[in-house]
Design a protein around this ligand. Structure first.
Ligand code: SAM
Length: 380
């Protein structure tokens, strides 16, 4: 079996600062959402605490779950508690940046984060419509201009700095596989979207050199529009003609109607899922399918954030928590306990149940509260 990947250079002081800044500024946005929508509006005073915990009092499941997670986050930070049957904010729960001037100064110094943070400010600004009128915050992205919204999504998926370690997990796991394989390999990517994982990999000279070992790469997603963005980029940036050995196809991981080449069990050396598996409805079903598709010794390479307690985590799933797709999963005690990103424990139990043997987590479990984002390689 290959050795663990070394990601010590990825989990660096610079990345630690990115996470620290994200927690700080997005934490401010979350408090603004709470203060504007629940305190200034009088809703918190008007309703007893259990009222907010009843889905019937919210226009959509997204509004309900978002409210629940926001309250859990503030309670876990010690800034919201139940007093006399009502939620009561602590005096320290204030708006630390009412004019957005601090965040503006930060973004002027860190322009690579501007699009992401601007989008999250947009979610804050449409939050009343999301929470009380049942709109999906993805509407914020649409901005009445489809092309602009696709360009924004493409940029977020490719460059969001907090999720960067996952790209390295995929790059290094594929390089390890290609370097050690005497024969051409077959790779299936699910939820490939705009192709963030391959875009990152194809910028690495070693990966480009090794990519001749890829015999067939299936690039699949549920969205044809995203696949087209991915395919266009790969064709533009791929002098080694990897694109000629790729199949681009719509595949819904909840149905697994696969391209012909993958219909036989044991047909794939590696399966890649960059930040997608938390979106499938029946996690166990998809993992079972993946296990049967893999050749013996094959690997499932997955990236994600590992769920932590709310005060260390909700900022990172703020954007997704305003999308209806984040709450589609079928929950299953012991295996899939929460919507959205899973805990390392749920991953481990679900992968073992599907038949995977060795599982390498990045970062290691004891470091997850610090680094949050990463991935895993699970072996058949
Ligand atoms: C958060 S994005 C991950 C980024 C993506 N890997 C990329 O590079 O663009 C999740 C991706 O999973 C896709 N997706 C969501 N549910 C899916 C499903 N059931 N089957 C296949 N793809 C799905 C979405 O269309 C989206 O492209």
């Amino acid at each position: 079996m290959p050795p663990r990947l070394d990601l010590s250079d990825v989990y660096s002081p610079a990345y630690r600062q990115e996470l620290h800044d994200f927690k700080h500024y997005i934490g401010i946005l979350l408090r603004q959402i709470f203060l504007r929508n629940f305190v200034a509006s009088g809703r918190l005073a008007q309703h007893p605490a259990p009222w907010f915990a009843d889905p019937a009092n919210h226009p959509t499941p997204t509004a309900f779950h978002f409210t629940r997670r926001l309250f859990e986050y503030l309670a876990d930070c010690g800034e919201l508690s139940e007093v006399g049957g009502h939620w009561s904010p602590a005096p320290t729960l204030t708006d630390a940046d009412p004019e957005d001037s601090n965040i503006e100064a930060y973004l002027n110094d860190h322009p690579h984060n501007r699009r992401m943070y601007d989008f999250l400010r947009g979610v804050r600004d449409v939050s009343p419509r999301m929470l009380f009128q049942g709109e999906d915050s993805l509407l914020t992205m649409v901005m009445d201009d489809f092309h602009k919204s696709m360009a924004l999504w493409e940029d977020l998926m490719e460059r969001a700095s907090v999720k960067a370690p996952g790209h390295d997990v995929i790059l290094r796991a594929l390089k390890q596989l290609m370097a050690s394989s005497p024969l051409p390999i077959t790779v299936f990517e699910g939820g490939a979207g705009i192709g963030a994982a391959l875009r990152f990999a194809l910028q690495d000279p070693e990966f480009r050199a090794l990519s001749k070992k890829i015999g067939h790469y299936a690039f699949t997603d549920i969205s044809l529009s995203l696949i087209k963005l991915g395919r266009a980029w790969i064709r533009r940036h791929d002098p080694e003609t990897l694109a000629d050995r790729m199949t681009f196809k719509v595949v819904n991981l909840d149905k697994m109607e696969l391209p012909e080449a993958f219909l036989q069990p044991q047909s794939v050396n590696a399966i890649v899922c960059e930040n997608v598996l938390h979106d499938v409805t029946d996690f166990g079903y998809t993992l079972n399918k993946f296990h049967s598709m893999l050749k013996p010794g094959g690997s499932l390479i997955v990236t994600m954030a590992f769920r932590q307690r709310p005060r260390d985590f909700f900022m990172f799933e703020f954007m997704q928590s305003s999308f209806h797709s984040y709450f589609n999963a079928k929950l299953e005690p012991g295996f899939r306990e929460t919507y959205g990103w899973l805990t390392a424990g749920d991953w481990e139990r679900s992968l073992k149940r599907a038949g995977f043997s060795r599982i390498d987590f990045y970062p290691e479990e004891q470091d997850m509260p610090t680094w949050v984002f990463g991935g895993l390689v699970a072996w058949k």
